[in-house]
Design a protein around this ligand. Sequence first.
Ligand SMILES: *Cc1c(COP(=O)(O)O)cnc(C)c1O
Length: 435
Amino acid sequence: MYFYSTNKKTVDVTLEEAVIKGLASDNGLFMPEKIYSLPAKFYREINSLTFPEMAFEVAKTLLQDSIPEDVLKKIIDDAINFDAPLVSLDASRSVLELFHGPTAAFKDFGARFMARMAAYFIQNYDKKVNVLVATSGDTGSAVANGFLNMPNTRVIILYPKGKVSYIQEQQLTTLGNNIIALEVNGVFDDCQAMVKQAFRDPDLNNKMILTSANSINIARLIPQMFYYFHAYAQLKDKSKPVVFSVPCGNFGNLTAGLMAQKMGLPVAMFVAATNVNDIVPEYLKSGIFQCKPSQSTISNSMDVGNPSNFVRMLDLYNNDLDTMRKHITGYSFTDDQTKKAMKEINTKYNYIMDPHGAIAYLGLEAYLKENKITNVNGIILETAHPSKFIDVVESTIRKQVKIPDRLEEYMSKKNMSKPMTNTFEDFKKFLFSLD
Ligand SMILES: *Cc1c(COP(=O)(O)O)cnc(C)c1O
């Protein structure tokens, strides 16, 4: 199985190259040359498989002969060592909790899987691999955790100063070892632009091996497909139409869902729910893709003004907007609406939702209302534990939120971040100064 670039101006590459390079040399994103359907037998047996067993079947079918099966199995067993339970709110709504990993955000799936896959490929390299990651919060901590102490690797995280929550910052900056955190005097889009420019810079690429762990990396996307199948397996009544509502920023999570659907997962509709950074919902309405500078919101992991996986979405639909509209509906919401939703979910269902999940909840509600649908399997993806956004959650619902022990541990550790301007030249100098 080979991987092509969405820009289609380079030759196809192996899985190893796609994972280690991250971005294609024509700046496109890698996609598998063919997405195979899972056999009918898989769906018949889905309820008898454990989560890692099911993940293995999905990955094996997607990746074909790209990686030895025993290696793939070990990567999955090691990476997917926590659950993604489906919690019912009422007959038509349930929450897929994706925050049971070590950093309490769904990005643990992608980061843990990618780190292990990269470690397999680079075990015999004679040079260190530098993983560059721009983060608006959760990516950095998940990636840092995924790669912590992995041999032959170094992670360099760029995060926007003052734009991530205290817990997020502690998770990014306190690990040390092979993890370096740069506090960038700018916004997330600056961080992302600096990373992208580093990959294009010939001097840097001659000196060191650079790779990306942003959601542009195909190895981040693959494990995110697993929990869509796992959610489906957990549904009690599979005869009702399935609607996934996904809180979106860079649209990696949604793209993984679309790929799962392409492998045959019966999904009636995907709701792409965003905060006021509404580029994709606007595109679905108008057919015009207009990037904007990102705006800060209380769902800060989705403050993205130029969603990087959008090109993969276009690619999956061959640029056919009409077909895309049959599978994806978009809605965007303000912070006030998000807070109101957090209160409503708490009063109505006695469930505490983080701001990102609350946006997915709003998206599902909007879709059901607009289409007058009542009897569905509505699945809200809850992408972070509410304690990761403790200030806004507690002040909104006026209740205390319990911090899981695995997060509490970070609170008192020392922040070891280094300051960085938002110019590429300074970032480049810094990279050159590393051994
Ligand atoms: C990253 C993130 C998102 C957005 O996911 P994308 O794949 O970038 O669309 C949503 N919620 C949380 C908590 C996140 O960390």
